[in-house]
Design a protein around this ligand. Structure first.
Ligand SMILES: *Cc1c(COP(=O)(O)O)cnc(C)c1O
Length: 440
């Protein structure tokens, strides 16, 4: 028998009328944010109390719904660790960065991150329903003074309008689903008016923090803007409640494709068995695991970091062992603006000129015989190759495979290897030249 999803309410909310509990406005305005309020739900540890009472802490706010998912008797509860600060959060660590993904450097206008050739990340608000302690954007998130105004929205939309290679717009923040419904609808309307926008995506943790917000009315509004995709953010199976599955049911019935992005967090979900349970519950809720992220090098998140090997071990324990649908892609978001880099266990063992040696998830080693008569794909006669959409500003590795370019070299390479001339110049030797020229 498959265990049913359950609904929970902390003791102090047992007598809260259902109309209030199920109203997202009530959930928002009754959020808990101080040691005194949280202590009415469960006793705080010394470390939590110290963090909550310190100044300069990243914003704390938890909905009554979400705090109810915490086992009040377990100080190590995986939901609790995600949302209640601990003293470790105040500690610096080596390699820590304020804007580890260099988003600000990739912003042509405030709040818009254009990192990849054909898609943009649009930060539409700095507000969330509750605040994750490991937030990658804690440099701006939570601060109502840093949220985006009308003029900035206009500038973001103007940039998208004037940049025809953008075919995919990802709304994030903060959390787009805490925007006033009218503003969200207007934003979506404006984006849909742009001819070259093919898909719109929303990244939101509202279904997890406040599933009450996913009303039929909201789903009806969203369904006017198809094709619309949504990534939610669940890290632990304890977050998959009856309410969350009702919300994902409404969203999927409205035709919205759901994915899940989770972050690998020490002491929360750094375990193959927890991850397996998580992905199984997600697919039951009709949510496709999309990415599992390595924790970013962000201030306050040092105690959540795991070695990268933990992520590889988790994928090793999922791929082949369970439905392909349930296996996320493990991603390290390259510090300094390197973007998303996928990692996985090695399945390729060796190769010869006619065979490739592969191992499966069980360690069974097999050979795949390469074809002896492969007619090489001819880009000169292929219609798709001839009419390909140019990737503005991106030559890089595909440029090596696809074009006339022979190599990419780090900046300073020529100077360093210019023997017989002046002395070697070592400065800048590690910088990659974005456009290696190439045929000497
Ligand atoms: C993650 C991200 C995207 C979307 O990446 P996908 O791999 O397409 O999901 C786009 N822009 C930025 C800046 C991002 O960080």
């Amino acid at each position: 028998m498959v265990a049913p999803f359950v609904s929970k309410r902390a003791k102090i909310y047992e007598n809260t009328p259902d109309e209030k509990w199920n109203d997202w406005r009530w959930q928002l305005s009754n959020r808990l944010n101080s040691a005194e309020e949280i202590e009415k739900i469960f006793p705080l540890t010394e470390s939590e109390r110290r963090a909550l009472n310190s100044s300069g802490l990243f914003r704390v706010d938890v909905t009554p719904y979400y705090i109810s998912l915490i086992d009040p008797d377990d100080a190590e509860d995986p939901v609790r660790k995600q949302i209640i600060p601990r003293a470790e959060e105040l500690q610096a660590f080596t390699a820590m960065m304020e804007d580890s993904l260099a988003e600000d450097r990739h912003s042509p206008v405030p709040g818009l991150v254009h990192r990849y050739p054909d898609r943009v990340l649009m930060l539409v608000t700095t507000q969330c329903a509750s605040y994750c302690r490991y937030c990658t954007r804690s440099r701006i998130v939570g601060d109502p003074g840093q949220t985006f105004n009308r003029a900035e929205f206009e500038a973001q939309i103007e940039y998208i309008k004037n940049t025809p290679q953008i075919r995919d717009v990802l709304l994030s923040g903060g959390d787009p689903l805490v925007l006033a419904p009218k503003i969200l609808e207007e934003l979506l309307t404006r984006l849909r008016e742009i001819q070259h926008i093919e898909i719109i995506r929303i990244g939101s943790r509202v279904p997890v923090f406040m599933p009450q917000r996913i009303t039929q009315e909201l789903c009806d509004m969203l369904s006017k803007f198809h094709p619309l995709w949504m990534n939610i953010h669940v890290n632990h199976p304890n977050e998959i409640s009856l309410e969350l599955t009702q919300a994902t049911d409404r969203l999927t019935r409205a035709g919205i494709q759901l994915g899940n992005q989770s972050v690998l967090l020490a002491g929360v979900n750094d375990c193959v068995h927890i991850q397996r349970d998580l992905v199984h519950k997600l697919v039951r809720a009709r949510v496709r695991p999309y990415y599992l992220y390595q924790c970013d090098l962000v201030e306050g998140a040092g105690h959540f970091r795991t070695p990268v090997a933990k992520g590889i071990e988790i994928i090793e324990g999922l791929r082949g062992h369970t439905s392909g649908y349930a296996v996320p892609q493990y991603i390290v978001d390259g510090p300094g603006g390197g973007g998303k880099i996928p990692l996985q266990p090695n399945y390729q063992i060796s190769m010869s000129d006619h065979k490739i040696l592969l191992r499966n998830y069980e360690g069974y080693i097999t050979t795949y015989e390469e074809p002896t008569e492969y007619k090489i794909h001819d880009a000169k006669t292929c219609k798709a190759c001839q009419s390909k959409r140019p990737e503005v500003g991106q030559t890089g590795l595909t440029g090596l495979l696809d074009g006339d370019q022979l190599f990419i070299k780090p900046e300073g390479f020529d100077d360093l290897h210019h023997r017989g001339g002046s002395e070697h110049r070592l400065k800048d030797e590690n910088k990659w030249k974005p456009l290696g020229i190439g045929s000497d």
